[in-house]
Design a protein around this ligand. Structure first.
Ligand code: FAD
Length: 464
């Protein structure tokens, strides 16, 4: 058996830790705190604490990067027996696939995409399938803008609407769940839902009380500095940001042309500023500014262990509608029935779609997160570094340019927080922008080179 330092170094120091809070649920000596880069990580309360073998084993088994079980194992346990369920290597299990939105009430206008996230939680509560909802709401604590929270009423559910590109952790709320009997539903990113499933394998109380999981698709997790830097570009200095809406819909534009709305002090006066996301540095998800590195070491694009998975319908035929649409993957029969009833009662407007349509909506996400993970793992293997076992296996079978793109994404992920720290200490946003622009320029040159090579190849092909 390894000792705590071994496990900690493997997972946390090597940046394979998703910051979910699972260790702080599993062990009282561990708490979640922000590091200087605004990422959540586990820390020991007492560094002299001696862990028993059982405790160490539970820490390993509750962590996605060291568990013996992967997403396919868990999903098989949960869903393979569901009547009529199908399976796809990329989407995982599914009963129904939809693209669409909520027509009932103000769920869609208050939501980031089609409003399904809040609606399904509200339905579970209304239909007495659960007693409590665990969602992400604005925090009134000084050190954070958002946090997981528990509520037992519609107002609480609705106050959690909207995507937060911001770190949260679930140890506090799951410890409350452990203390308070009831039926709970939670919404979360893939690594969060998976680590909850792993916790449920260890702790029968969690297994019994956590009745439903609503999964989000997640391009990658961001640190708190993402929000801080967006606001800084709007004139709100670090420390002065009070509120942020990452997904303000713009009536006259397509759904993917969303804006941010930030509130905070500008020159000493409280102001609210709206800026279109595409005008801000850091808008390119491919480049991944302020990405939490562990996000590059998951192969679960579609939140495969969640009862329902929701994402944005990033498809040209749907993005034209500024009001937004979801992709929906249903795995749980109770949720399947709620949605079928919602369609029948005109509370939902959806198209039944096929697996290819769902895949297409996240094509670049699959390419980076799942398929090119093989190359990221290959580099670890080549350098004789420890890496977590994934369903995707290490391979260098990737084109020269895609390798360079991956290399540059890794460099951006590594360098951005460092330049940002320097900019903070100099109180100089321009310093950060200049350094970030250099990283982006190199990234764009690789794409340009790729386009030129493809064009030349096409011309040669025509000649022959
Ligand atoms: C970090 C992040 C990255 C994402 N990346 C992608 C992507 O690449 N592709 C894609 O298609 N979709 C992505 N999404 C999901 C997408 O932005 C929408 O959240 C999703 O489509 C649901 O929208 P909605 O209108 O149905 O939900 P809403 O009605 O707006 O409800 C959203 C629900 O999600 C909860 N929530 C918000 N932020 C978080 C969070 N950080 N952690 C846990 N729960 C949260 C809210 O509390 C609420 O319950 C991402 C979401 C996040 C948080």
């Amino acid at each position: 058996m390894n000792d705590f330092a071994d496990i900690y170094d493997k997972v946390v120091k090597n940046k394979y830790d998703f910051g979910t809070g699972s260790w702080a649920v599993e062990n009282d000596n561990i708490e979640m705190k922000f590091d200087k880069n605004g990422e959540y990580h586990p820390y020991q309360k007492n560094e002299q604490y001696q862990y028993t073998e059982d405790e160490l084993n539970k820490l390993q088994q509750s962590c996605l990067s060291t568990s013996d079980l992967n997403e396919s194992d868990i999903a098989k346990q949960l869903f393979s027996q569901v009547k009529g369920i199908k399976h796809d290597d990329d989407l995982g299990y599914y009963s129904d696939l939809y693209v669409g939105h909520v027509t009932e009430g103000d769920y869609r206008s208050n939501g980031s995409s089609g409003g399904f996230g809040t609606w399904i939680l509200a339905q579970l509560l209304e239909k007495n399938e659960i007693d409590f909802v665990i969602n992400v709401v604005e925090s009134n604590k000084d050190d954070k803008l958002f946090e997981y929270s528990i509520s037992d009423n519609l107002d609480g559910v609705k106050s959690g609407a909207k995507t937060k590109y911001y770190p949260v952790e679930f140890s506090e709320v799951i410890n409350v769940l452990k203390e308070n009997p009831g039926r709970y539903a939670i919404v979360g990113l893939p690594s969060f839902i998976m680590e909850l499933r792993l916790l449920a394998e260890i702790d029968p109380v969690i297994k019994e009380r956590l009745k439903f999981t609503v999964g989000l698709v997640c391009g990658h997790q961001k640190s708190t500095k993402f929000a801080e830097f967006l606001a800084w570009q709007c004139g709100i200095k670090p420390g002065d940001l009070q509120k942020i809406n990452f997904r303000k819909k713009q009536t006259n534009y397509s759904a993917d042309r969303y804006a941010i709305e930030v509130t905070g002090k500008v020159d000493g006066k409280e102001q609210t500023v709206v800026r279109e996301m595409r005008d801000l540095i850091g808008n390119d998800w491919g480049q991944g500014f302020f990405k939490v590195r562990a996000s590059d070491f998951t192969d679960d694009v579609m939140n495969e262990t969640a009862d329902i998975t929701l994402g944005d319908a990033w498809l040209p035929e749907y993005t034209q509608d500024s009001k937004g649409n979801n992709i929906v993957i249903v795995r749980n029969p109770i949720i399947q029935k709620i949605i079928a009833d919602g369609i029948r009662d005109n509370k939902l407007s959806v198209y039944v779609v096929d697996d290819k349509t769902i895949y297409r909506s996240q094509a670049s996400h699959f390419k980076h997160t799942k398929y090119e993970l093989a190359y990221r793992l290959f580099k670890k293997q080549k350098n004789h570094e420890w890496y977590p076992e994934k369903r995707v296996k290490p391979s260098s079978n990737l084109s020269w340019t895609r390798k360079r793109i991956q290399d540059q994404r890794e460099k951006i992920c590594h360098d951005i927080p460092e330049y940002y720290q320097e900019a903070l200490s100099k109180n100089d946003i321009q310093y950060f922008i200049d350094q970030a622009n250099k990283l982006s320029a190199k990234y764009k040159r690789i794409y340009l080179g790729k386009r030129i090579v493809s064009k030349l190849q096409r011309m040669m092909h025509l000649k022959n």
